[in-house]
Design a protein around this ligand. Structure first.
Ligand code: HEM
Length: 249
């Protein structure tokens, strides 16, 4: 869509046009999944917090409490349905994404080392080549995936086990559910900052809206994905050797 707009402008022969080559990153299903999960996560976090914080207890009582619990359960069904639909409709892409989220390489260690100079001081040379998901995105996805498993297991046990389970088991489920909320909300704040507010990561939001990313951005931020492992490694090692030579002289 965006690519067509540029080529039409070019055909019109306008001087000074910036050529952007767009490459596909996310399928339509992946974007529906991402945004659907975001909306339902918000609903779950908001209703969950009303049940969690003691100062909000008055709202969690009576009819409003009943409505909040109902909304939480309805949102939980939708929250669980999005990944299920993704896996059913695009099993190969879902498997590919899952594998890349949990694949750890030496570049992830280098990402951690280069994280502060890169994100805080814009030092592009400090960043190791990254896959379709960079290390931070993988960390976020892993926390959300594992957190969602905890939410689903403990939530379903609370939902259907109330009054049946021993009180100690029930309270453990509540505690694990609460811990999952605290961990995933912290992760969500970091993810929101990097994806929406950080100036270096502008293309992340574009790709999650339109499904494409610019080739120039992919070369710089996802070299491992764009060039493949060999060329990415060669370029990275040449860059590091150049830096080392520069420091010596
Ligand atoms: C598959 C997803 C989920 C299921 C099945 C689920 C289910 C439940 C159930 C049944 C309850 C008990 C409500 C009651 O008092 O009757 C509950 C409470 C709660 N949920 Fe969820 N939930 C899910 C996801 C989430 C998410 C994503 C969050 C937050 C980000 C969340 C936060 C909470 C909190 C904070 C409570 C209150 C626990 C307490 O009393 O301390 N839940 N959930």
């Amino acid at each position: 869509m965006i690519g067509n707009k540029v080529s039409r402008v070019e055909q019109a022969g306008q001087a000074g046009v910036v050529r952007i080559k767009w490459i596909p990153k996310y399928s339509a299903m992946e974007r529906v999944f991402h945004w659907g999960h975001t909306v339902t996560y918000f609903a779950l976090a908001l209703t969950g917090m009303i049940l969690f914080f003691p100062f909000l207890q008055p709202i969690a009582q009576g009819e409003s409490g009943w409505l909040i619990r109902l909304t939480h359960r309805a949102a939980a069904i939708a929250y669980g349905a999005f990944p299920l639909i993704y896996v059913i409709l695009e099993p190969r892409r879902a498997w590919m994404s899952l594998k890349s989220v949990f694949k750890v390489s030496r570049y992830d260690i280098d990402w951690v080392k280069g994280m502060v100079p890169y994100y805080m001081f814009g030092r592009h040379d400090a960043m190791a080549p990254q896959d379709r998901f960079n290390t931070g995105e993988k960390l976020n996805a892993a926390v959300i995936i594992l957190g969602s498993v905890v939410f689903a297991v403990t939530g379903l046990i609370m939902w259907f086990g109330k009054g049946i389970l021993p009180i100690g088991v029930f309270q453990t489920m509540v505690l694990l559910h609460d811990i999952a909320m605290i961990v995933t909300v912290c992760m969500f704040i970091v993810h929101f900052y990097l994806a929406v507010l950080h100036p270096l990561m502008w293309a992340g939001l574009v790709s999650m809206r339109f499904g494409v990313t610019s080739a120039a951005y992919a070369q710089e931020h996802h070299a491992l994905w764009y060039y493949g492992p060999e060329k990415a490694r060669e370029t990275y090692e040449a860059q590091k050797a150049e830096q080392a030579a520069g420091q010596e002289s």
